[in-house]
Design a protein around this ligand. Structure first.
Ligand SMILES: *Cc1c(COP(=O)(O)O)cnc(C)c1O
Length: 348
């Protein structure tokens, strides 16, 4: 038994998977009358079911993002992957652990699956508190620890060495959510840990830097054992043909996306500089993402004011250590100018 086999819900190992028409015949033929599809190709070239294994997209992922073909799968957004991971590893009486404050979806999917969520506070300077994490990992039935790097909503990268140390010590699964990796300076991905520690799982997304949030494409990077299991239990057509097509299109535009990332980072710096000079801004929390974090005296008031100017930001004031903090996504030039104009008009 490998390490993962011991952690997976046993009923999943035993179950017989659904076998789709696309699974049963994998060669090339002239005429396909096996899946009850329409022969009429009327709308968006999508009368045929999509490839359940998203082979084309994964080939391009290997070339473009150096994610090894045999270690990747796609999800209907990384949110779906979070849900699946909890379902794969957690049974009633198990728990997941998250470091607070972090992305809300981990806790929500633990709730929908009736799994306990243990919230481990970070340090007040928004760095990871490894002693607290180790304490929880020793004492509780934690099947999955979720780490998010760069973290939403704090914008902080968790150092690679720390992720390695924590995931080595963790007897359960360590999921590293790298949704904002593309924006981080000299980022070292946890993907390279998977070869020596198959309890490490990485999730990426094409929703942020790759600009196709509407297409819902998330990427699961894991050991081949987990890939085989995932393929067995996932809904066969979880990523639509249109979404796979969007992913291919985006990934082919790597140069454009890299230029866009540079622009976004320079706009972010510009917005941060601008906010520094506003009297009512007490602190700019630096981030390695496509959002800025500003701390003000009364976040609710500034939030409502911006709303009255038809500008929606995210109020994070009720999150641990983020009292008074608004999270503002970097927009395009025009949107950022409008935002600045509005911020100048706020009188505290
Ligand atoms: C935005 C975001 C995601 C993206 O989820 P998708 O379902 O892929 O759109 C995942 N994790 C974090 C931390 C995020 O902020």
């Amino acid at each position: 038994m490998n390490q993962l086999e011991k952690l997976v819900n046993p009923h999943l190992i035993k179950m017989t998977p659904y076998s789709s028409a696309r699974d049963e015949f994998k060669g090339k033929a002239e005429i396909y009358l096996d899946a009850n599809e329409s022969y009429e190709n009327s709308f968006f070239d999508s009368n045929r079911y999509p490839d359940p294994e998203a082979v084309e997209v994964r080939k391009v992922l290997e070339k473009t993002l150096s994610l090894p073909f045999s270690k990747t799968a796609l999800g209907n957004g990384s949110d779906e992957l979070i849900d699946y991971l909890i379902r794969i590893f957690c049974a009633p009486n198990d728990a997941i652990a998250i470091v607070k404050p972090t992305y809300g979806a981990y806790k929500v999917f633990s709730s929908t699956n009736n799994i306990k969520c243990i919230e481990i506070p970070q340090n007040s300077d928004l760095t990871i508190n490894k002693e607290e994490i180790f304490k929880v990992l020793e004492n509780e039935k934690v099947k999955i620890l979720f780490l998010c790097s760069p973290n939403n909503p704090t914008g902080k990268v968790i150092p690679f060495s720390l992720i390695k140390e924590i995931s080595d010590k963790n007897k359960g699964i360590t999921v590293v959510d790298e949704a904002y990796a593309d924006f981080a300076r000299s980022f070292r991905s946890a993907v390279e840990l998977i070869d020596s520690n198959e309890r490490v799982v990485v999730i990426r997304t094409l929703s942020k830097a790759w600009a196709i949030a509407g297409s819902r494409v998330g990427i699961l990077v894991s050991s081949e054992y987990l890939q085989r299991l995932f393929l067995k239990i996932k809904a066969p057509y979880n990523v639509s043909l249109l979404n796979q097509r969007a992913a291919l299109k985006a990934l082919k535009e790597k140069d454009k996306v890299q230029k866009d990332i540079k622009d976004i980072i320079s706009y972010r710096k510009d917005l941060e500089e601008f906010c520094k000079n506003l009297e009512y801004v007490k602190e700019i929390i630096p981030t390695e993402t496509n959002f800025i974090l500003i701390r003000v005296g009364d976040a609710d008031s500034l939030y409502s004011y911006l709303l009255s100017k038809s500008i929606i930001v995210r109020n994070r004031t009720h999150e641990l250590y983020l009292e008074g903090v608004l999270r503002i996504t970097v927009g395009n030039k025009r949107e950022n100018e409008k935002l600045k104009e509005a911020l100048l008009g706020y009188k505290g």
